[in-house]
Design a binder for this molecule. Structure first.
Ligand code: PEP
Ligand code: CO
Length: 451
């Protein structure tokens, strides 16, 4: 079977292809029984919500909104608490305020959250001091500890992923509907350790202007306290659709339309290592009605992207396909323009989003996987400038970040140096921007949106 054989699509038809990046599950029966348990559970998100995100992304494609997608590289079972979830939401809300203010456009907020537990790896094994073990593939598969036992794939972890995603989403729904995301609380999203920094103070100035605007609206008779426009936000979830068994188990048929939706998240994407147009991941994604993303590294060609678009978005519907470019600062200028022109000249409707993280990763002298904040900024800047030059829409950002005061990426206003990385390096996988760096990035983008 080939991926063009769309009439044969079903949630399990990917099984006829050999999916890349799947764990070596030691016990196939245990895996199938875990997947059956997940398939018997309620969906995490609903078709109507998924369609609403698609509509919002169509607005992004048209340049009428901005996409902000961000969160951990890998969620974990260990770093799971109400505070972690709240702080991640806070930094995304802060960034959204800055972008809305700068761009005078609505921001479509999508977390890498409530399901981002599985990691593709460049190498199937990891060697430390001469000992070689299977790579850590995310908490959905095995444990990060460097022991033989910890690295054995365990399907019970998939069930735990489902339940942790459900409680994460439950809290996110409470926060975003229950008053926490109220624009009248814009000051409270500025965490104490950020407030005194230059970014924190700059944010406060915007927050004060929002206060004044709300007072003005109140004086005009607008019910700012009870109008849901000011009181709630739409917040969507996303993750890489890597473990196809899990995604299949979460795929449900919408009773209204008869269409299939992957109800594990609103948006799901194929990674740089799993975006083969003939591969199982693209085949799976071709059959679900969710908005889908595809990561594109510096080797991606226009022809490849055209085939991906034909498979994933044959009707060329705006909002269905988001192309997430992750070129690396040094390749952006050479790799991006050709892709952008090729897509534009073929009339393909896409959302262009910039992931300035994954092309800029390296191991520092002290041995940490890190990124220079300056490279992150440089790639974002190049992304905006190239789209402006080509007359295309720079739709948004895809960022690895956290609300904590971690030291994982080098530089920024705090001037985090290699020797500082050890101080608070907490990511289970890739280095994330901390709260201050995230805000600094949002201010840069806001300036570019104004320019
Ligand atoms: C990721 O988003 O964490 C990731 C692995 O990205 P990419 O597929 O772009 O390398
Ligand atoms: Co990552």
């Amino acid at each position: 079977m080939t991926t063009t054989d769309l009439s044969a699509w079903s949630p399990r038809s990917w099984r006829q292809l050999s999916p890349a990046q799947q764990p070596d599950w030691p016990n196939g029966q245990a895996l199938e029984s875990a997947l059956a348990e997940i398939a018997s559970q309620p969906p995490l998100v609903f078709a109507g919500e998924i369609r609403s995100l698609r509509d919002k992304l169509a607005a992004v494609a048209a340049g009428e909104a901005i996409l902000l997608q961000g969160g951990d590289c890998a969620e974990t079972f260990a770093a799971f608490s109400a505070d972690h979830i709240r702080d991640k939401l806070k930094v995304l809300l802060q960034m959204a305020v800055v972008l809305t203010y700068g761009g005078s456009l609505p921001v479509v907020k999508v977390g890498r959250i409530a399901g981002q537990f599985a990691k593709p790896r460049s190498r199937p094994t990891e060697t430390v001091d001469g000992v070689e073990l299977p790579a850590y593939r995310g908490d959905a598969v095995n444990a990060v500890d460097f022991t033989t036992d910890a690295r054995v794939p365990d399907p019970d972890r998939l069930v735990r992923v489902y339940h942790q995603s459900a409680s994460t989403l439950n809290l996110l729904r409470a926060f975003t509907r229950g008053g926490f995301a109220d624009l009248q609380r814009v000051h409270q999203w500025n965490q104490e350790f950020v407030a005194a920094s230059p970014q924190g103070r700059r944010y406060e100035r915007i927050a004060e202007e929002i206060d004044r605007a709300l007072s003005f609206l109140r004086a005009c008779g607008v019910d700012v306290t009870n109008d849901p426009t000011f009181h709630t936000v739409d917040f969507f979830t996303s993750h890489e659709a890597l473990l196809l068994g899990y995604e299949e188990a979460m795929t449900r048929q919408d009773s209204l339309s008869g269409d299939w939706y992957d109800c594990s998240a609103h948006l799901v994407w194929a990674g740089e290592r799993t975006r083969d147009p003939d591969g199982a991941h693209v085949h799976f994604l071709s059959g679900v009605g969710n908005p889908v993303g595809v990561k594109l590294g510096p080797k991606a060609t226009v022809d490849e992207v055209a085939v991906l678009a034909a498979r994933l978005n044959p009707a060329n519907e705006p909002g269905r396909l988001t192309l997430i470019t992750r070129m690396g600062a040094e390749h952006a200028d050479t790799a991006l323009p050709e892709l952008i022109r090729g897509v534009r000249d073929r009339g393909l409707s896409v959302v262009w989003s910039c992931d300035p993280m994954h092309g800029n990763t390296f191991t520092s002298e002290s041995g940490y996987k890190t990124r220079r904040f300056a490279d992150v900024l440089a790639e974002v800047k190049a992304f905006f400038e190239i789209h402006q030059a080509e007359g295309t829409v720079p739709g948004g950002l895809h960022i690895e970040l956290t609300g904590e005061d971690v030291t994982e990426c080098l530089g920024g206003a705090q001037e985090i140096a290699d020797l500082d990385l050890a101080y608070r390096y907490e990511s289970a996988c890739d280095p994330r921007l901390n709260n201050q760096q995230s805000l600094e990035l949002a201010f840069l983008v806001s300036e570019m949106l104004q320019g």
